[in-house]
Design a protein around this ligand. Structure first.
Ligand code: ATP
Ligand code: MG
Length: 416
């Protein structure tokens, strides 16, 4: 992509009302635009990051054998009244049609939709287990939406629901989802700072589990057991002050953000909607369910909170919008520009995703600043003084070195 063609521009300042670091950086670098508190547009660069995150999650869901669907955001009141959540869920957006006077909710989650949906398809124990997921926008009337992409009023969630004929089967599936989640956060670059965290299971199960990523921007507090590399959240620490795995009482208190959670619903929703199946003796039983969420916007915001410096974002390779930022510092020098064009063509030919700063009106200082702000993992500088050499530098490192065009291509082919 030629930066001269990118319609978005970097900005020196984020909007005054934007308090969060993740949104400040993402807005300044041109990844997102703020419509209002809790609602952001993904701009071309941000949409590429979003798609990378989405692909990681989708691949891991497919590896589980889960099947993808897409449910409506517009939902009838009746489904929410049935579970009591029309009144109980504080952050549910509710409204009335001007014509029919019917009342609707905007989907905050989809248990109320998927449970009756599956009644059309699940009849026998032979129809299970089955996992169904979607990657879809959710609406929540959040009281405070000041954490940028960490807490939106509209945001994307991957929600997976699983259906089982008995609890052992749900328990086994739950563990497989846990492993898939560990892989997702590892692949997204957050493996080292994300903790499997014990949370309250509600009235249905002893525990549910959250995946909590360490960051000062987080709104949650977790207590880490350094022996087991797990944590417990605020709800659990009020009931027990020791590690649920080893009993260690020496827990480390940290700020964190919940990037995902997994929950055993058992028959909570199936019993409300009469989602039943016939067991081996032909007896009618309520389907056992699990639900599993990951917030995509929140994941993007968390990565930015975890990986930035005073100059800008430092994307992990796996989610970066481009692999290489090719920067031509002397666009007006014909030889330098011809060389830059040659490298751009070669990288594209090799299938390397590259952002090419070919802007004619931007100065040297501006180009270097913008490159740091945008945070692509590898910067490759072409300039008058470098001649036929290219100065490469990793965004996360300070040392630069010179390579030839062939070496640059070799370098990128090597860690493909
Ligand atoms: P929180 O405790 O942070 O409010 P939650 O427990 O209500 O979140 P869930 O209903 O379990 O969240 O949603 C599943 C996932 O969706 C969360 O783990 C989180 O990653 C994401 N998520 C929840 N609320 C938001 C939001 N307002 N903005 C962005 N992501 C969100
Ligand atoms: Mg929570």
């Amino acid at each position: 992509m030629r930066q001269s063609q990118l319609f978005t521009k970097t900005r020196k300042e984020a909007p005054k009302d934007e308090e969060s670091k993740n949104a400040q950086l993402l807005i300044r670098a041109g990844y997102v635009d703020k419509l209002m508190a809790g609602a952001y547009t993904f701009l071309p660069l941000g949409f590429r990051v979003f798609k990378n995150i989405e692909n990681i999650i989708r691949e891991e869901m497919q590896a589980l054998g889960a099947q993808e669907i897409l449910m409506p955001s517009l939902q009838p009141k009746e489904n929410w009244v049935a579970t009591g959540r029309w009144d109980a869920l504080d952050n549910l957006f509710r409204f009335t049609s001007h014509y029919s006077k019917n009342e609707y909710a905007l989907g905050a989650t989809h248990e109320e939709i998927i449970s009756p949906l599956m009644k059309d398809f699940l009849f026998s124990y032979k129809d299970m287990p089955v996992g169904v997921f979607q990657i879809q926008n959710k609406f929540r009337d959040e009281k405070r939406a000041k954490s940028g992409l960490l807490r939106g009023r509209e945001f994307f969630m991957k929600d997976l629901y699983s259906f089982h004929a008995n609890e052992e089967d749900m328990d086994a599936y739950y563990l497989k989802v846990k492993d898939a989640y560990i892989r997702i956060f590892e692949r997204a670059g957050l493996g080292d700072i994300t903790y499997f965290t014990y949370a309250s299971g509600g009235t249905f199960s002893k525990y549910s589990h959250e995946f909590q990523t360490l960051t000062d921007a987080g709104e949650d507090i977790i207590y880490i057991c350094d022996h087991c590399k797990v944590a417990i959240n605020d709800e659990i620490i009020t009931e027990q002050s020791t590690c649920p795995e080893c009993g260690n009482a020496d827990l480390r208190k940290e700020k964190a953000v919940e990037v995902g959670n997994i929950f055993k619903l058992k028959t909570k929703y199936s019993s409300v909607f009469g989602l039943n199946y016939k067991d081996m003796e032909n007896a009618e039983c309520a389907v056992i369910m699990g639900c599993y969420g990951i917030g995509l916007n929140r994941l993007m915001g968390t990565i930015v909170e975890a990986y930035h410096d005073e100059y800008g974002i430092i994307w992990p390779e796996s989610v970066a919008p481009y692999r290489v930022h090719l920067v031509n510092l002397h666009v007006h020098n014909e030889e330098t520009s011809a060389f830059a064009e040659e490298i751009y063509a070669a990288l594209q030919g090799a299938g390397v995703a590259v952002l090419y700063d070919d802007r004619r009106e931007a100065g040297i200082g501006e180009k270097l600043k913008d490159s740091d702000l945008i945070g692509i993992p590898l910067r490759a500088i072409v300039s008058e003084k470098n001649g036929a050499q290219i100065e490469v530098k990793k965004r996360k490192e300070s040392a630069a070195h010179m390579v030839t065009k062939e070496q640059l291509l070799g370098l990128l082919a090597a860690n493909n």
